[in-house]
Write a protein that binds this ligand. Structure first.
Ligand code: DAT
Ligand code: MG
Length: 151
C-alpha cells in the first residue's frame, strides 16, 4: 500500500477552544500515524506564504490576522491516501456545508473560523510540510516514508 503524508493544522480558535485532543483522536481513530507535531505561533510572513494562492481574495487580510492571532498546532499525518482521507475527515470548507461527523461539521459554525486546515493535494502537502517543518526539524523526526519506525 502506498503511504503518503499530509499537513494538518489546528488553527488558533481550535487550539484556544481545547480541540487539539479531539482532532488528534479522530485522525488516530481513522488509522493515520502521527509523523510530526509542533505548537507554534506563526508570523505573518509564514501565514501569507501558507495561503499564497489566496492572496487576491478579499478575505486574505482577515485570514492572515486570524492565523496569527494565537498558537496553532502543526502536524504531519501519514497513511494510505493521506491527503484525501484527511480532507474527508475535515469536511467542507464552509462549516454550514460540512456534514455532521466531520471535524468542521461537528466543531465549527463559521467559514472564517473553521478550526482546522488540511492540504488539498500531495503537491500542496509537500510544500506545506516544507514550510512548517523543513527549516528546523531534524529529518528523522518526520521522514517516515519507506522506513516508518511506527509500523
Ligand atoms: P480549505 O481550508 O477547505 O482548503 P480554501 O483553501 O479554499 O479552503 O481556503 C482556505 C481558508 O480560507 C479556509 O479554510 C477559510 C478561509 N476562507 C475560504 N473562503 C472564505 C470566504 N469566502 N470567506 C472567509 N474566509 C474564507
Ligand atoms: Mg485549502
Amino acid at each position: 500500500t502506498r503511504q503518503e503524508q499530509t499537513f494538518v493544522m489546528v488553527k488558533p480558535d481550535g487550539v484556544s477552544r481545547g480541540l487539539i485532543g479531539p482532532i488528534i483522536t479522530r485522525f488516530e481513530q481513522k488509522g493515520f500515524k502521527l509523523a510530526a507535531i509542533e505548537l507554534l505561533h506563526i508570523d505573518r510572513a509564514l501565514a501569507e506564504q501558507h495561503y499564497g494562492d489566496l492572496k487576491a481574495k478579499p478575505f486574505f487580510g482577515e485570514l492572515v490576522d486570524y492565523l496569527t492571532s494565537g498558537p496553532v498546532c502543526a502536524m504531519i499525518w501519514q497513511g494510505e491516501h493521506a491527503v484525501e482521507n484527511a480532507r474527508a475527515l475535515i469536511g467542507k470548507t464552509n462549516p454550514v456545508e460540512a456534514s455532521p461527523g466531520t471535524i468542521r461539521g461537528d466543531f465549527a459554525m463559521d467559514i472564517a473560523g473553521n478550526i482546522v486546515h488540511g492540504s488539498d493535494s500531495p503537491a500542496s502537502a509537500a510544500r506545506e510540510i516544507g514550510l512548517f517543518f523543513g527549516r528546523h526539524a531534524a529529518p528523522h523526526s518526520f521522514d517516515l516514508l519507506g522506513v516508518n519506525p511506527i509500523d
